[in-house]
Design a protein around this ligand. Structure first.
Ligand SMILES: O=C(O)CC1=CCC(=O)O1
Length: 373
């Protein structure tokens, strides 16, 4: 039964937003070892193995396969886990799978990160030759050159080189067939999914111009170039990849600003924007990205629950101006005046009666202004 599915490793809370991570040719999900545990604090991370790589069965793919066949396997895996829509990040061949998914199944992909990859892998010839070599002689010569193709001189990750040695030659060759046939250049402008490109400045397999080409063609795409990173950037520069992915997955300032407006209202946000100066601009941007783009957008808790927690925390620290603003937000998030009163009453127990007294006064003013009392 599971032989029909890609081998995978799932980490993080099942209630968290799903994030699927794809590997590059010759590696396994171990490519994400230094990145996935951190991401799994806030995401339900599912990293998968290519057919015949890591723990995936070789028979999942055959000669003449296309990137679309790999994408179908990824969708079957997501279906089996009850995941309908997911954020996706993939390296090299895994990135090509992401581009295919974003183009052909945009309803399944909430955001896309394409890492050290391309919309084409320099035509079919090198991949036809490589497939032929591997079918004839196995993987030994590719194992010998893995470090040079994947990393900067002197750097290696023995586990990943071992993955290449242990990959199934037929399945590896079928992945080369998929790379040979892959060319999405003409279709890039049709991609509507929010897309981030991450390039390794030292990547010789898919150098930065390949990522720039995608960034220039996909509407609204962002590009990050990592100094010191070669082809397997998540293994060589995990912190830099994490930082770029976190910002991208959090939705960034734009999504943050949308949520901020939904919760605090246009009038408040317009006033805050109008008061912004060069001195405060970075702080405003930080609030939009972090508080609103990352935390208030996380669906693990409802906006009603977040409002209740926020009211309590503001009472605990005596921030009564902010409390007034968040009483308005709580109403917008669906709390009734009675429920707000119940939250404040509870703060009397845990934050102290004088704090709750001031909080009731501040909330009373807001609710009266809004004709709620
Ligand atoms: O192993 C390589 O040669 C680099 C590579 C190209 C496509 C891919 O997934 O990895």
């Amino acid at each position: 039964m599971t032989e029909k599915l890609l081998n995978h490793r799932a980490e993080g809370p099942t209630s968290a937003p799903p994030l699927l991570l794809g590997p590059s040719l010759g590696t396994s999900y171990a490519l994400w070892d230094k990145v996935a545990p951190e991401l799994s604090i806030t995401y339900r991370v599912v990293r998968w193995d290519l057919p015949g790589h890591g723990g995936s069965a070789p028979g999942l793919i055959g000669p003449g396969a296309g990137v679309g066949d790999l994408a179908d396997l990824v969708l079957a895996l997501a279906d089996s886990l009850g995941i309908d829509r997911f954020a996706y990040a993939g390296v090299s061949l895994g990135g090509a799978v992401g581009l295919h998914l974003a183009l052909h199944h945009p309803e399944r992909v909430s955001s896309l990160a394409v890492i050290c990859s391309s919309a084409h892998f320099n035509g079919s010839k090198p991949w036809e030759e490589r497939a032929e070599l591997v079918r004839r002689e196995g993987l030994d010569s590719l194992v010998a050159s893995a470090d040079a193709r994947w990393f900067t001189p002197g750097f290696t990750v023995p586990e990943l080189v071992r993955d290449q040695a242990e990959a199934d030659p037929e399945a590896y060759a079928a992945c080369c067939d998929a790379l040979a046939a892959f060319d999405l250049r003409d279709r890039l402008p049709e991609i509507s999914v929010r897309t981030l490109l991450i390039a390794g400045r030292e990547d010789r397999a898919t150098p930065p111009p390949h990522l720039r080409e995608i960034a220039d063609a996909v509407p609204g795409a962002a590009l990050v170039e990592l100094p010191g990173a070669a082809h397997l950037a998540p293994a060589q520069c995990p912190q830099a990849v994490l930082t770029a992915l976190r910002t991208h997955l959090g939705g960034g300032a734009k999504r943050g600003m949308e949520v901020r407006r939904e919760v605090l209202g246009d009038a408040h946000v317009d006033r805050a924007q109008a008061r912004q100066t060069p001195f405060t601009a970075r702080f405003q941007d930080f609030i939009s990205r972090y508080a609103w783009g990352e935390i208030w957008t996380d669906p693990t808790l409802s906006r009603r629950e977040r409002s209740m927690i926020t009211l309590t925390a503001l009472v605990a620290h005596g921030h009564y101006d902010e409390l007034a603003m968040h009483v308005r937000a709580a109403r917008r998030n669906g709390l009734t005046p009675e429920e707000i009163g119940a939250v404040l009453l509870q703060t009397a127990v845990y934050c102290g009666v004088p704090a709750a007294n001031s909080a009731f006064a501040a909330a009373q003013r807001v609710l009266a202004e809004e004709d709620d009392l």
